[in-house]
Ligand binder design. Structure first.
Ligand SMILES: *[C@@H]1O[C@H](CO)[C@@H](O)[C@H](O)[C@H]1NC(C)=O
Ligand SMILES: *[C@@H]1O[C@H](CO)[C@@H](O)[C@H](O)[C@H]1NC(C)=O
Ligand SMILES: *[C@@H]1O[C@H](CO)[C@@H](O)[C@H](O)[C@H]1NC(C)=O
Ligand SMILES: *[C@@H]1O[C@H](CO)[C@@H](O)[C@H](O)[C@H]1NC(C)=O
Ligand SMILES: *[C@@H]1O[C@H](CO)[C@@H](O)[C@H](O)[C@H]1NC(C)=O
Length: 492
């Protein structure tokens, strides 16, 4: 009883409604531009990626798949007015307007990277210690045309190969970018109450009528709608994602990416919400998540997804895709996703599990290793000394080699505020989470070459959302609000 009460008190102290507090001489600050999503003047952008996090080809008449909705409120008028920073001309920019600013000869992938920086300039908010730009909504389709060899293999040029069930493709053009439509944020009045509302929405089915896509069978669809009462509470981001037989593997995330430098899985300079890049073990992530529809048994709903990049020798990434390695870790909370790591499949388990006090348990220690805490582990495709047995990660789904460590609700994660039982936080169980992502990410296994100095782990991408894995006609729906990343002041 006493211990419980103390624990509660402690967590209340650490997570005040505003991002700043002095606790036992240690100061906590928010790492993001809009702590708790409370700023009326919103900054949000959207990006779409193909299987290897590129564009490949723009969708017809859509421009480059980057767009933003950023505004300030002018309250000198009645009713108040929204002053948008990004207009339709900016959002429509694409290869067809490539001569804009002398970008005539740039390729389609670099154009998107440039457009992200350009939109970032329009949205940037000056702040301490660094400016920031926007939340990033990320869309990705897992379709891959193996015969076109568009995606590199572990960062090296790939050769065409015959179709495989793990790489869905309905034929030529299957890696297309989605149609992206935009309802600019506007003021809605309901009997004297004012709310702000806007959305991005669309479909990957280029021949579909988008107004019907949400309800029509076998048509892919996504939407993100944001809503907020003026001067009160948090923005609420409402997400919908629907797969189809042509687009059975789709992802939709809300990301807090680094406001400068690289972010997880993307080998171009990025823009985002994280004005401070959180470092292990000194940060926590807080948000409210309400899952309304799960997306079916193969929906890998990530309660928390963290992404970074470092080389196997422990050095920071520098854009060289043959030696840079994307590092991902995710907690999957869909209770129908099972552990693939078990004593008969050790290659799917990280070599050891680390207890909060630093004690390591090797995966061959059948009595003590928490197999059920891990869904899947895979080694970077360019690791030279992975411990046997091992599985290499998918060599195509990133511009460079990647390492993935996916965890499941389990008592061993309770220490860090993560779910300990299947079903926690799932449909019908909305929660406000206070995750000690910093300490957890410090304890997780990540590969480095033997004898190299362990990297200081930093996390330029922190996001949540779902990856519906190869299954058509599944729908996921959820809301996110109150998002914040809190770091100790010396984390900067
Ligand atoms: C108008 O906005 C300014 C700046 O955001 C704020 O300080 C002020 O309180 C607002 N006034 C009203 C009437 O809401
Ligand atoms: C307007 O807002 C107030 C306070 O939040 C609430 O009590 C009331 O029900 C709202 N009215 C409408 C029409 O939504
Ligand atoms: C966008 O706006 C149109 C016209 O007001 C509306 O019919 C549609 O439902 C909106 N879509 C989304 C996803 O908000
Ligand atoms: C929806 O489309 C899929 C794929 O074509 C089909 O298998 C399924 O029966 C359809 N469902 C309905 C309700 O029509
Ligand atoms: C670490 O924790 C485990 C489990 O609580 C315990 O068995 C072990 O003795 C501890 N080791 C140290 C060095 O404190």
């Amino acid at each position: 009883m006493v211990a419980m009460a103390l624990l509660l008190f402690y967590s209340v102290l650490i997570f005040p409604p505003f991002g700043l507090l002095v606790l036992a001489e240690e100061e906590y600050v928010s790492a993001i531009g809009d702590p708790g999503m409370r700023r009326d003047g919103l900054r949000v952008a959207i990006e779409a990626w193909n299987q290897c996090n590129e564009v490949g080809e723009e969708a017809p008449n859509m421009g480059s798949p980057r767009a933003a909705d950023c505004f300030e409120i002018d309250n000198s008028t009645s009713p108040i007015k929204l002053v948008h920073n990004v207009n339709e001309r900016d959002n429509q920019l694409g290869m067809w307007s490539g001569s804009f600013r002398g970008l005539g000869s740039i390729d389609v992938n670099q154009y998107a990277a440039w457009k992200e920086i350009y939109l970032g300039q329009k949205c940037e908010v000056q702040d301490k210690p660094n400016p920031w730009q926007f939340w990033m909504i990320m869309l990705k389709s897992g379709n891959m045309d193996t015969s076109a060899a568009i995606c590199p293999e572990n960062g090296k040029k790939a050769k065409p190969f015959p179709p495989q069930p793990g790489f869905p493709c309905f034929g030529k053009g299957c890696m297309n970018m989605p149609l992206i439509y935009h309802n600019y944020t506007s003021l809605q009045e309901d009997r004297g109450n004012y709310t702000l509302q806007g959305s991005f929405y669309g479909t990957w089915d280029l021949d579909a009528d988008v107004t019907m896509a949400a309800t029509r069978n076998d048509t892919s669809y996504y939407s993100v709608t944001w809503e907020k009462e003026i001067g009160k509470g948090s923005w609420v981001f409402h997400h919908v994602l629907k797969t189809s037989s042509k687009y059975p593997w789709l992802m939709l995330y809300l990301r807090s990416d680094a406001a400068s430098g690289f972010s997880g899985g993307y080998h171009y300079l990025t823009r985002g919400m994280s004005k401070i890049i959180p470092k292990s073990p000194n940060f926590k992530v807080r948000f409210t998540l309400n899952i309304k529809q799960g997306g079916g048994p193969k929906s890998q709903f990530y309660l928390m997804d963290i992404g970074s990049c470092w080389k196997n020798n422990g050095q920071l990434c520098n854009g060289d895709v043959t030696t840079d390695v994307t590092r991902y870790s995710e907690m999957i909370i869909n209770p129908s996703v099972d552990s693939w790591c078990n004593p008969d499949s050790l290659g799917s388990c990280p070599p050891y599990h680390t207890l909060p006090n630093g004690t390591r348990i090797h995966r061959t220690d059948k009595d003590n290793y928490p197999y059920g805490a891990y869904h899947l582990y895979c080694s970077p495709g360019n690791a030279e000394h992975p411990e046997e047995p091992y599985n290499f990660c998918d060599p195509y789904s990133n511009p460079q080699p990647q390492e993935i460590l996916q965890i499941l609700p389990h008592p061993v994660w309770g220490e860090y505020g993560y779910p300990t039982k299947k079903g926690e936080g799932w449909i019908g169980d909305p929660r406000t989470w206070e995750l000690d992502v910093g300490r957890l990410s410090q304890a997780l296994y990540f590969y480095q070459d033997p004898g190299t100095i362990p990297v200081k782990r930093h996390w330029p991408s922190i996001d949540l959302g779902t990856e519906i894995y190869i299954s058509g006609n599944e729908v996921a729906e959820w809301t996110v609000s109150d998002f914040d990343i809190i770091v100790t002041k010396d984390n900067q």
